[in-house]
Every structure is written in structure tokens, then in C-alpha cells.
Design a protein around this ligand. Structure first.
Ligand SMILES: Nc1ncnc2c1ncn2[C@@H]1O[C@H](COP(=O)(O)OP(=O)(O)O)[C@@H](O)[C@H]1O
Ligand SMILES: [Mg+2]
Length: 254
């Protein structure tokens, strides 16, 4: 693994009160989602000039040296190292996820700013996607689904991301709505997809997220790997409901 961005921070979890947990100069806020091994939190950069700055730990002061250029708000994907789910295989996948995200950058792939390792956790400091995941978008639409124009727009983003991965001989292997993120709330020019509740629709109007900034991003590279040209991956993995028929039939990727 490329360790140049991996900071070992033994004090990162010194404060066990969730709302006061600080990782690499970021304070963890609400949980954005969770999967089998990780929990993802919204996190805000600690302000050193704020009145409570005296309460910051030494760790926070150290971290200011390496997060100066990072955004105010990020998403932190946290993996508990002590969990018995963290097998050797899971660790290998995590290192691969980090190295792939560190190496490849694309507008339709979530950006990894840094990866951290403390005694208790691995923390992936990710670009924050304020629109949440595609499953959330689908669930909050009045119609219970997405219109064709919006679907086309999102699929263009998905295919651009997948085409880039294919050009780099990478396979994702866990494409599903929960792993596709949105950079912001649905822009107002998407007229055919109102939210289920009037409050959400009102929030969307207030936010008025710029259409030019609304993108879909592939995330969760936990099953991703390199695939040599003309070879086949023969590990059966993914999420059953979203697997291609040929994978469920135990055939290999082509
Ligand atoms: N960068 C992000 N911005 C906003 N929400 C995110 C971000 N990354 C993950 N999430 C949310 O957290 C959930 C779990 O993250 P994911 O990377 O898929 O973890 P897992 O490997 O445990 O499935 C996602 O389905 C999504 O809802
Ligand atoms: Mg996931």
C-alpha cells in the first residue's frame, strides 16, 4: 500500500463522547450511513480561533499541519479495527480501496483526501456528497421512482465513471444505489421529480443547488480490484440483489 498519506495517530479516539470525537482536525457530526464494516459521518473542520479552542486536544493542534488545504466539510468513513468482522481479507480490500482512491481521480469518482490509522480505527477522509446516496433520492421522490430525464442524467454520470474505471483496468463489483452518491440536492431544473413531502420540496427550493454542480459519484471501492486485460475475476462478491445474472449463476466476469 502507498503509505505516504497514512498518518498513524494513536490519540485520535482519546475522547469517547461521539459528538466530541475529532479525527485529523475534523469533528464528527451526524452519521450519514453505514454498511457491513464502516460507519460514515459528516465532519466539520475544527476552528482553532473558536471560544472552545482551549478544550481541543494536542492531537487536534497537530492535525492542523496536514489539513490546511482540505475542505471545511468532509465525510469520514470509519472502520473499527477491533471488530471481529475485520478479517485479513477485509483488511486487504480496505488497503486496495485506499490505494485505488489515492491513485485514480475522476469527476464521477468520490475523492479521497486522506487516509488515517489510529490504534482503534481506520478513517477515510472523503469528499462530502451533500445529496446523499441514490437510494435515498429514489425513496424520497413522490412517485417512488425517477423520471426518464433524471435517470438519463444520472446514468450518464455512472457510465462516465465506469468507462474511466474500465480504461484503467479496474472493476468496482458493488454498483448499487447505496454506493452512488450525489454532490447535492436535486437542482430545481429537474421539474419532473418532486420530493414526497412539501417540507423536502421547500428545502430543495431554498437550497437551489446549481445544476452545473449536480453530479453522480461512484463510491465504496471495498470490492474493487485491478483486472488484467483478458483475464477473469473469479471471486463471487457483490450484493445479491444487484448482481448481474451471470455472476449469480457463478460464471466469471467477462
Ligand atoms: N462521501 C460521502 N458523502 C456522503 N455520504 C456518504 C459518503 N460516503 C458514504 N456515504 C453514505 O454512507 C453509506 C455507507 O458508505 P460506504 O462507503 O458504501 O460504506 P460500506 O463499505 O460500509 O458500504 C453510503 O451508502 C452513503 O449513504
Ligand atoms: Mg456501501
Amino acid at each position: 500500500m502507498n503509505t505516504t498519506h497514512m498518518y498513524v495517530n494513536p490519540h485520535a479516539n482519546a475522547n469517547h463522547h461521539q459528538s466530541a470525537i475529532t479525527v485529523a482536525g475534523y469533528r464528527l457530526k451526524q452519521k450519514l450511513g453505514s454498511g457491513s464494516f464502516a460507519s460514515v459521518y459528516k465532519a466539520i473542520k475544527v476552528k482553532y480561533s473558536s471560544p472552545d479552542s482551549e478544550t481541543e486536544t494536542e492531537t487536534d493542534a497537530d492535525s492542523i499541519n496536514y489539513n490546511n488545504s482540505l475542505p471545511e466539510i468532509v465525510a469520514i468513513k470509519r472502520i473499527d479495527r477491533s471488530s471481529n468482522k475485520i478479517t485479513k481479507k477485509v483488511l486487504e480490500n480496505l488497503y486496495l480501496e485506499i490505494s485505488i482512491l489515492e491513485t485514480y481521480r475522476h469527476p464521477n469518482i468520490v475523492c479521497l483526501h486522506q487516509a488515517h490509522k489510529s490504534n482503534e480505527h481506520f478513517d477515510l477522509i472523503l469528499e462530502y456528497c451533500a445529496g446523499g446516496d441514490l437510494q435515498g433520492l429514489i425513496r424520497t421522490r413522490k412517485s417512488g421512482g425517477l423520471s426518464e430525464p433524471l435517470t438519463r442524467r444520472l446514468m450518464r454520470g455512472l457510465t462516465a465513471g465506469l468507462a474511466f474505471l474500465a480504461s484503467q483496468n479496474l472493476i468496482h463489483r458493488d454498483i448499487k444505489p447505496q454506493n452512488l452518491l450525489l454532490t447535492g440536492p436535486l437542482p430545481l431544473d429537474e421539474l419532473e421529480d418532486p420530493a414526497r413531502t412539501e417540507e423536502e420540496e421547500q428545502a430543495r427550493r431554498v437550497e437551489n443547488f446549481p445544476s452545473s454542480m449536480f453530479h453522480l459519484k461512484l463510491a465504496d471501492f471495498g470490492f474493487a480490484r485491478h483486472l488484467q486485460k483478458a483475464s477473469l475475476a473469479d471471486t463471487l462478491c457483490g450484493t445479491p440483489l444487484y448482481m448481474a445474472p451471470e455472476i449469480l449463476q457463478d460464471r466469471r466476469y467477462v
